[in-house]
Design a protein around this ligand. Structure first.
Ligand SMILES: *Cc1c(COP(=O)(O)O)cnc(C)c1O
Length: 378
């Protein structure tokens, strides 16, 4: 059976008429950038994410950049993050001229190691921010990270590009001081192109970031600071507003798929060959993991990839080269062996299909192929 990694057409089908009517309405209005659709979407994200302020922007990447610029982070400052994430997390820090300090990940959650963060905060001066990433849709240990950051007077910026709706039990549920989302089409809430969102708790910072989004301009053609064009299109906001009411159900379907995978994998007795995603804070929050990706650790990973490709099972490797080993970050002086868990995750993990519309039968087919591969290995 052919199983795609992601099938966005399945999601679009039931929304088609509503989306097309909205596209037509916006085409008739000829109002394409910012405006009432964006303001409406920002209000709805505030509610969904439990935050005070939301600023719609052109991408997750630009959301991060706008936050760093808003905080005045730059030359001489240090920002701590993880080397096992999408490039943009670290790319934004480099673009404002700050120094990236990586800390290793936890082997079970793939998220930033709290012990590593503590050590980095003690070792480095000039740390202005820490940027944990809720990787694959699993919330980081936010109470511990926030406590450490507060102790050192450091701002926390949450990269929630893969985690809109993920909850951390006990830390008030929603987002902290600063966070950002991505609506890249393959994210759990996907636009019809690029889009992103900044969220924050402080009204003054929200105003500052709102100005930065539009070239630092308040009154037209009067520029208080140098910003950028980080504006979001009305079309994207309007489409995302149609999708947002479904996100809770889609997350529940992703979680149900993860539960089905667990059952199927347990039935096959592959425990020694694969390690399934963990849900470390199983109590106190429903959506502690929203499975933006379903990532397993697999023995003989590269051979398994070939087998899956041959069997028509969609899969992906997030991320094959940890960021401390990327050529463009060579100047930071890191080397192989510096972050063994990130390097091991890069070698051992594979993402399997988990999109909401995936059927039980398809999940059975995916697990069946994984099982067939290990049986073949003897
Ligand atoms: C997707 C992603 C981003 C960047 O978002 P874009 O909208 O693609 O710019 C940043 N961080 C992480 C972890 C991501 O997955």
């Amino acid at each position: 059976m052919h199983v795609p990694l992601l099938d966005l057409k399945k999601q679009y089908e039931p929304l088609r008429e509503q989306v097309r009517a909205k596209l037509d309405e916006i085409a008739s209005s000829q109002h394409f950038i910012l405006g009432p659709e964006v303001e409406g979407f920002e209000r709805e994200i505030c509610e969904y994410a439990g935050v005070g302020y939301a600023i719609g922007v052109s991408s997750g990447t630009d959301a991060e950049l706008a936050i760093l610029m808003g905080l005045g982070i730059g030359e001489g400052d240090v920002v701590i993050t993880t080397p096992y994430t999408f490039f943009a997390t670290a790319g934004g820090i480099a673009r404002v001229g700050a120094r990236i300090v990586f800390v290793d990940i936890e082997p079970d959650t793939f998220n930033m190691s709290v012990a590593g963060l503590r050590e980095a905060l003690e070792r480095h001066g000039n740390v202005k921010a820490v940027m944990p990433v809720h990787l694959f849709g699993l919330s980081c240990r936010m109470d511990e990270i926030r406590a450490l950051a507060a102790e050192h007077g450091v701002t926390v910026i949450e990269d929630a590009a893969q985690a809109l709706g993920a909850e951390y039990p006990g830390a008030g549920g929603g987002m902290g001081e600063f966070g950002f989302y991505s609506f890249f089409p393959s994210k759990n809430l996907g636009a019809f192109g690029d889009a992103g969102m900044v969220v924050c708790k402080d009204g003054e910072m929200a105003e500052k970031i709102r100005r930065l989004r539009n070239h630092g301009m308040e009154e037209r053609y009067y520029h208080h600071v140098v910003g950028g064009n980080f504006r979001i299109d009305a079309l994207q906001a309007a489409i995302l507003r149609i999708k947002l009411p479904h996100l809770g159900a889609w997350s529940a379907m992703r979680r149900a798929n993860a539960a089905s995978y667990r059952e199927e994998f347990e039935r096959t007795g592959l425990g020694g060959n694969v390690a399934l995603p963990v849900e470390p804070f199983a109590t106190g929050a429903v959506n502690h993991h929203i499975y933006n990706q379903y990532v397993i650790r697999a023995e003989r990973r590269d051979e398994l990839l070939k087998h899956l490709a041959g069997a028509g099972i969609g899969h992906a490797v997030y991320y094959p080269v940890p960021l401390h080993l990327q050529e463009c970050f060579g100047g930071l002086g890191y080397k192989e062996g510096d972050f063994p868990e990130a390097e091991r995750a890069a070698r051992e993990t594979v993402a399997l299909p988990v999109f909401p519309e995936l059927t039980r039968e398809q999940i059975g087919a995916v697990v069946g192929e994984v099982a067939r591969f290990y049986e073949g290995c003897g």
